[in-house]
Design a protein around this ligand. Structure first.
Ligand SMILES: Cc1cc2nc3c(=O)[nH]c(=O)nc-3n(C[C@H](O)[C@H](O)[C@H](O)COP(=O)(O)OP(=O)(O)OC[C@H]3O[C@@H](n4cnc5c(N)ncnc54)[C@H](O)[C@@H]3O)c2cc1C
Length: 444
């Protein structure tokens, strides 16, 4: 029987690997991190400790990146690179599969504002990863700004590693948002104790939570020393006269998440609304390719795991196992998706954020492309597609390959289908030419 290959060792990928193995199918689980868990269950870096066990039948490759996916007759060929991102002795290998589960998760979204390129400005996810993975606080006096419930666990983690959180600034009005989408709110009832825990922690540590407020500028000479906060209207333009300056040594911003679509786009999976489109069994538009977790929508770790279970079973079935996807799992996924769509409606990113920018505000930090330059590329040089805009302005051509700026560039310049346009990367992760030439193992 063919092996099911799962890419991603977060809640979705782990659940997919376990489910496929429970159906008696051999599984290869590939994850770029050194330990299992993904973002939500991020483990600290202590060697020799491992919080998660995998069943027999799962071969697990840690610190292994899938840097390319190639459709071949009867399935897909994956190109892997094993070893530390900057380490010596890395090895390259190829594997083939008829059933592929993509569970590559998301990275967090930052919106640009004047000064966001100063040292000391972090994404909320980076602050969380440092706090959970290394027990390091990004600063002593920290402001958190953005939108979405993710800001709350980040505040708690920062407090837990000794930072003083001066405020959690939520750009939307979540109470109003949730009560206009009661079905989503009801579907998320499993989250209520977690939410109450975070709010209790903010109250105990006297951390103010300010709706309809954000950071619109960061100031400092060689690192951030202060931020300007402001009240926002419903469409996120600044309420005149509401600006305040606050002294900080770090600021964390998080405006939701962007799915890591490179492998799905390379496998030709259709997208819908910026995410991988899936059917009830987590099947994508490409036969034999399944997707689960944040790739298919942002709904949190529990939904990711539920989708992973369904995807793993469906993938096992695709390679010949006799499988019944439990109705309970499908029900949980349906409820989770209602909650995810409630999240999406309660915490939108409103276009008024464009009004925080100045002509010289960098939008693409890797290639140092400013807002004014982007506008001129469109207005004067008629660069209206992702490719022409990249060539004219260089936005999205730097080290991060548009992961940070792509969605923002697309929104600012009106490029349709920005998610796909900036995720088309035949080589998804950096690989050395020597490694390309030196193939250690070829099972594909
Ligand atoms: C930085 C960050 C921190 C977060 N922290 C929290 C938190 O504390 N609490 C919370 O509720 N939510 C958090 N989230 C949201 C979180 O992503 C989800 O709720 C949950 O972890 C999603 O599960 P997933 O399995 O879809 O993806 P993830 O958990 O993101 O797992 C995806 C895995 O795929 C691997 N991967 C990606 N691309 C490749 C590739 N090409 N080759 C091999 N492996 C690959 C990644 O290394 C990762 O281990 C965080 C998100 C981010 C971006």
């Amino acid at each position: 029987m063919n092996t099911v290959v799962v890419v991603g060792g977060g809640p979705a990928g782990m659940a997919a690997a376990r489910a496929a193995a429970s159906a008696g199918v051999p599984v290869l689980l590939i994850d770029s991190a050194p330990k299992l868990g993904g973002q939500y269950h991020r483990q600290d870096h202590t060697p020799g400790t491992e919080a998660f066990a995998l069943p027999d039948g799962v071969e697990y490759l840690p610190e292994t990146v899938v840097f390319a996916v190639e459709p071949v007759p009867g399935g897909h060929r994956l190109h892997l690179r094993t070893g530390r991102a900057d380490g010596p002795g890395r090895a390259r290998r190829r594997v083939g599969t008829a059933a592929l589960v993509l569970a590559t998760g998301a990275h967090d979204r930052a919106l640009p504002f004047p000064g966001w390129d100063l040292p000391g400005v972090y994404t909320a996810g980076a602050a969380q990863a440092l706090a959970k993975g290394q027990r390091v606080a990004v600063g002593n006096r920290v402001v958190l700004a953005g939108t979405g419930p993710f800001l709350l666990p980040v505040a708690e983690s920062l407090i837990g590693v000794g930072a003083r959180v001066l405020g959690v600034l939520e750009a939307n009005d979540p109470i109003r948002g949730w009560f206009t989408h009661p079905a989503g709110l009801a579907a998320g009832y499993r989250k209520v104790p977690e939410l109450a825990g975070y709010l209790g922690s903010l109250a105990r540590h006297r951390v103010p939570f300010r709706p309809r407020t954000t950071v619109v500028a960061a100031h400092g000479s060689d690192r951030v020393e202060a931020v300007t906060t402001a009240r926002l209207t419903r469409d996120w333009t600044v309420v005149p006269g509401s600006e305040r300056q606050v002294d900080v040594d770090a600021v964390c911003v998080g405006f939701g998440f962007t799915p890591r679509l490179e492998l799905s786009v390379a496998a030709n999976c259709a997208l819908a609304g910026g995410f991988v489109a899936v059917d009830l069994a987590q099947g994508t538009s490409v036969p034999g390719v399944f997707a689960a977790g944040e790739l298919t929508g942002i709904g949190g770790a529990a939904l990711a795991a539920d989708e992973g279970e369904v995807a793993g079973l469906a993938a096992a079935e695709a390679v010949g196992a006799d499988v019944d996807v439990p109705r309970s799992a499908l029900r949980r996924v349906r409820a989770g998706r209602r909650f995810a769509s409630g999240l999406d409606s309660a915490y939108p990113v409103r276009l008024g954020w464009k009004s925080w920018l100045r002509e010289d505000t960098l939008v693409c930090r890797c290639e140092e492309v400013g807002y004014g330059e982007l506008c001129r590329a469109v207005e004067q040089r008629d660069a209206r597609g992702a490719r022409s805009l990249k060539l004219v302005s260089r936005a999205g051509l730097g080290l991060c390959q548009g992961r940070v700026c792509g969605r923002n560039v697309a929104e600012l310049t009106g490029i349709p289908d920005g998610a796909a346009a900036f995720s088309r990367r035949p080589i998804a992760e950096p690989v050395r030419l020597g490694e390309l030439a030196n193939l250690k193992e070829d099972n594909g």
